[in-house]
Design a protein around this ligand. Structure first.
Ligand code: HSE
Length: 453
């Protein structure tokens, strides 16, 4: 026997002597089934890596009769996830039920209270109750791990919590919802309608059970709340997030962005400012040359600005069964190894309750698409409303061609696009309200913020 084989045999011998980690999984949808398949596929590698065999001893889901295409083996069935969470048949509870209240919350609390570690992919639960759950986990000296809750397969939680411990982070931003990025990418590249793209995202299993969570920006906000806490050592504060979704984005915005050298992405952005922590989710113009602009389809990306590492971008699959299961299994492996980190990087009592920075005080450049009555002086009057408030324009474009205008009655609305240099949200809103009052603008303005690198 060569030395490597002897080492391996010695190691495996040690594994046989330690107890298995008994896992209970609640929720056997796309991700739950993928977790079971992955544990099976890595049944030899995981004990070698963690020193313990990982065995699924209990499962719970809504419908027992459904064929999930996986072998549930000898796992005991529980109709009630809370019962599974409390069961003495398991050491670790994996929550893949979803929802910020109801069975998911009850089961996670029951597992932690009964001294079991928890692995969850539930961003909504953590965004709302992360602090109290972290406290409970600390009291009981068990792990609360949630790598799968943000950006699917990208190990962003570990990166922020451990990998960047030597940094002061100033900003974290990213594409955190695969469904929205998939929709915006296909609209831009194929000129397809929003509805068509959403249907495909649902068919492919990227979208949430209720897709308004995706397209309304709420899923991104839940993930951002978790990232903010990890990046800045603050108590999770999802209520502080300004949230806008992508439903107002039109093909003409995507085309204008392209002409101007930008792409439109739904971003979650968290930034430490002298006035507090700014957290916002909204469609954003990003320069085509930026790393984040290259990210297309269901892929997610997170960029971190930090003092030592400067800029770091992680890119990877943000949704889908296997990618999310990869993160769940990584957390299970940590529990098997006996790793128990403070869930949000600091003891929960040390997490800062930071002041919130109001969106009205946000500073940046803006893309504004207006429907303007085509009359002499209309654009000048709008520009005047901007100038009065010291808003400096980078460009102003009337988007109707001479041919299009020729077919329209005098004074009919035509699209005008403005790009501003940095100003504040409050100033832009005031200027637009004043311009609306002047009667030159025919419909609600489209306002998209520009994020510079
Ligand atoms: N619906 C989510 C997305 C799945 O589209 O990214 C992962 O949270």
């Amino acid at each position: 026997m060569n030395r490597a084989a002897a080492r391996q045999r010695g190691h495996m011998g040690a594994i046989r002597m330690t107890t298995s980690l008994r896992v209970g999984i609640a929720g056997l949808g796309t991700v739950g089934a993928s977790v079971i398949r992955l544990l099976e596929r890595q049944a030899e590698a995981l004990p070698a890596r963690t020193g313990r065999r990982i065995v699924v001893t209990g499962v719970s889901a809504r419908d027992r009769s459904r064929d999930r295409g996986v072998d549930l083996g000898g796992a005991k069935w529980f109709d009630d996830p809370v019962e599974l969470a409390r069961s003495s048949d398991i050491d670790l509870f994996v929550e893949l039920v979803g929802g910020d209240e109801g069975p998911a919350r009850l089961a996670v609390e029951a597992a932690l209270s009964s001294g079991k570690s928890v692995v969850t992919a539930n961003k909504a639960l953590l965004a709302k109750h992360g602090l109290s759950l972290a406290r409970l986990a600390e009291q009981k000296k068990v792990a609360l791990a949630f790598e799968a809750s943000v950006a699917g397969g990208i190990p962003i939680v570990k990166t922020l919590r451990e990998g960047l411990a030597g940094n002061q982070i100033s900003r974290v931003y990213g594409i955190l919802n695969g469904t929205c990025n998939y929709i915006l990418s296909r609209m831009e590249q194929e000129g397809l309608s929003f509805e068509e793209c959403l249907k495909d995202a649902q068919r492919l299993g990227y979208a949430e059970a209720d897709p308004t969570f995706d397209i309304g920006g709420f899923d991104t906000a839940h993930k951002l709340a978790i990232l903010t806490s990890l990046a800045f050592g603050t108590a999770v504060d999802s209520e502080a997030i300004h949230v806008e979704g992508i439903t107002s984005i039109r093909l003409e915005d995507l085309r204008s962005a392209d002409e101007l050298g930008y792409r439109i992405k739904l971003l979650g952005v968290a930034q430490r400012t002298p006035d507090g922590i700014e957290q916002r989710v909204h469609p954003t113009m990003v320069p085509k040359s930026s790393a984040i602009a290259q990210v297309m389809g269901v892929t997610n990306a997170v960029t971190i600005d930090a003092d030592a590492v400067k800029e770091l971008t992680l890119v990877g699959p943000g949704a889908g069964g296997d990618a999310t299961a990869s993160a769940v299994v990584a957390d299970i492996a940590d529990v098997a190894r006996g790793i128990r980190s403070a869930p949000f990087g600091l003891p929960s009592d040390a997490l800062e309750v930071a002041p919130r920075k109001a969106m009205q005080r946000h500073e940046g450049g803006y893309y504004i698409r207006l429907s303007v009555h085509d009359r002499p002086g209309a654009a000048a009057a709008i520009a005047m409303r901007m100038a009065e408030r010291q808003i400096s324009l980078e460009s102003i474009m009337q988007k109707a061609s001479a041919k299009q205008r020729a077919g329209l009655p005098s004074g009919a609305p035509v699209p005008v696009v403005l790009i501003t240099y940095a100003t504040t949200e409050a100033t832009i809103r005031e200027a637009l309200d004043a311009a609306m009052g002047d009667g030159h603008i025919a419909a609600k303005p489209q306002v998209i913020r520009i994020e510079r690198e």
